[in-house]
Design a protein around this ligand. Structure first.
Ligand SMILES: Nc1ncnc2c1ncn2[C@@H]1O[C@H](COP(=O)(O)OP(=O)(O)O)[C@@H](O)[C@H]1O
Ligand SMILES: [Mg+2]
Length: 305
């Protein structure tokens, strides 16, 4: 994996570059150079996952079978996308599903930290073995592969999507019912190229009340439409604060418009997550699994419906 220079490029240029890199990689493969799949590719394409505009899609790792892939998307960083991904993973695992989290937020990976996971990862003949949390969630993240997890990652779109593609093709996931993908924040070129690298079944949009909710939801819905991916619904994070003394709900960011925005786009708000200092503290300490309640029941219901 090489690094890109940081000169500004337009979205179009980046996508063009991504297509060029992809074509080169394919040509390389045909010439017998570079990455070679170890054996016959898994039937991802026959599942219909590799059809449509997502020409970047590759079959999943040969020794793996992933039933459902759900992307977790946000308009910008810091709204709690990783928190929602972690809690949702936990909820699905606690319901007995074989659950995985792919940390595709390459420049801001934070899943391993919340679960207290560290590298290095091992490898078997079928690929990289993902880390596993105490409750059995399989996790892959660049942080588990970098020699020093504090190293900043400054790659641009095409390289990031290549890495995410490898998370799909070269990780020995095994049998997975639900894989959650912590997507890069935003709806720009980086998020889009990652969208193109993974066969998503649906997305969950995470917003917070202080976000530019209407614009973000519109953009995310449009992106999903272009990529032919279903919008499962919205999670509003940091919706309100429950007073620890009197139990009253305080809408400290004001009452949000998210419900009407969701309705305008033919989707719905699945869960409203309160500000939860305990969850934030546990995520910070790598002990998110000590949280007894994951307040994402409706979201998990919708995903597993
Ligand atoms: N509901 C919440 N209550 C309290 N803190 C939260 C909540 N959701 C997220 N946080 C905290 O806010 C910060 C940003 O959340 P994070 O999930 O990392 O955002 P993102 O992945 O969107 O950048 C983290 O420190 C996280 O622990
Ligand atoms: Mg994050």
């Amino acid at each position: 994996m090489n690094q890109q220079n940081s000169s500004a490029k337009s979205d179009e240029e980046l996508l063009e570059e991504a297509s060029r890199l992809e074509a080169e990689a394919l040509a390389e493969q045909e010439r017998g150079e570079g990455y070679q799949p170890k054996r016959d590719l898994h039937a991802g394409a026959e599942d219909g996952q590799a059809d449509g505009p997502e020409s970047f899609l590759k079959p999943v790792n040969a020794a793996s079978h992933v039933k459902h892939v759900i992307g977790v998307v946000s308009g910008k960083g810091g709204v709690g996308k990783s928190m929602v991904t972690s809690l949702l993973g936990l909820e699905l695992a606690r319901r007995g599903y074989r659950t995985a989290i792919m940390d595709a937020d390459i420049t801001g990976p934070s899943i391993p930290k919340a679960f207290g996971l560290r590298g290095p990862l091992m490898q078997d003949q079928d690929g990289i073995i993902p880390a596993e949390t105490a409750e059995g969630i399989k996790v892959i993240s660049l942080n588990l592969l970098l020699p020093d997890e504090t190293d900043p990652v400054v790659w641009r779109g095409p390289i990031i999507s290549g890495t995410v593609q490898q998370f799909w093709t070269e990780v020995h996931w095994g049998e997975i019912d639900y894989m959650l993908v912590d997507m890069p924040p935003g709806t720009g070129d980086v998020a889009l190229t990652v969208f193109q690298s993974i066969p998503l079944d649906g997305i969950i949009i995470v917003t917070s009340p202080q976000d530019l909710v209407s614009m973000i939801v519109t953009k995310a819905v449009k992106m999903a439409e272009i990529m032919n991916v279903k919008v499962l619904g919205i999670v509003e994070n940091m919706s309100y604060f429950v007073c620890p003394d009197c139990g009253a709900k305080h809408y400290i960011f004001g009452h949000s418009t998210i419900d009407s925005v969701a309705a305008q786009h033919g989707t719905k708000v699945l869960d409203h997550l309160p500000l939860n200092p305990e969850a934030a503290g546990l995520a910070d300490a790598g002990k998110i699994e000590s949280l007894k309640e994951t307040p994402l029941k409706h979201t998990a219901d919708e995903i597993t419906r």
